[in-house]
Design a protein around this ligand. Sequence first.
Ligand SMILES: C[S@@+](CC[C@H](N)C(=O)[O-])C[C@H]1O[C@@H](n2cnc3c(N)ncnc32)[C@H](O)[C@@H]1O
Length: 238
Amino acid sequence: MRFDPVTFTEACPKLTILGRRLLANLTGRLYYFNGQKNRVRVFHAINEQVHFQNYVETGTYLGMTTDFLARTARKRHACVYSCELDPRFFAIARRTVGALENVHLHHGNSVTFLRSLLPQLSAALNFVYLDAHDCEHLPLRAELGILKGCRNTVVMIDDFKVPFDERFGWDKYDNEREICLQHIEGVVDANDVYMPSYPATHEAATYRGEMSPRGYCVIAMSKDLRKILDGVSLLRRL
Ligand SMILES: C[S@@+](CC[C@H](N)C(=O)[O-])C[C@H]1O[C@@H](n2cnc3c(N)ncnc32)[C@H](O)[C@@H]1O
């Protein structure tokens, strides 16, 4: 019988999250950011230099990255806001991370969610993880359009095509819908997009049975934040 993480987490939400934390401490196997260690190093390098006041995630799924962000945010008395469209996943996430005091979960689509957070985000320093996409929904352009107005924001997009290293996996649903630079053209200047400076072979990870790590990009909405990204050796500007 094949192990199904959704069914297991649904049956034992607290045990799953505790087990994942324990396993991470004992073996170094991470359960957030797709288990990608260099990606986590990039996050820490930015987070050490920017005193984020809000951590935002679109696409909560089972709450694994939410848990990591919550523990990171707690150290600086900050909160995590995460949204999930799927009712089953939302119900599971409520049981894995919903009781954490600095976590605010929202059931609904990411665009409405980000719009509702705008008053709070526009005046603050924010880290935003855009991960709410699948074969039915690709709200990336609308999400970035909203966040463009939040100057003090660093955005990380998961499942993004790294054009110079196709060994990183990315999401392509059909000929029109692919998470890549062309898709965000006109919303974000390609010169402001940062990608991993290291090859995919330096990022071991297993993602839903695939052996290739997922590609990603990082975008800073202001010049000052771009200066910080310029100093992160694991990132390179396009
Ligand atoms: C790859 S999973 C997120 C994984 C999670 N961020 C993590 O790191 O563990 C993508 C999630 O986004 C959700 N989703 C898809 N479209 C969405 C939308 N428009 N708004 C909110 N959530 C969405 C899916 O139901 C799914 O649970």
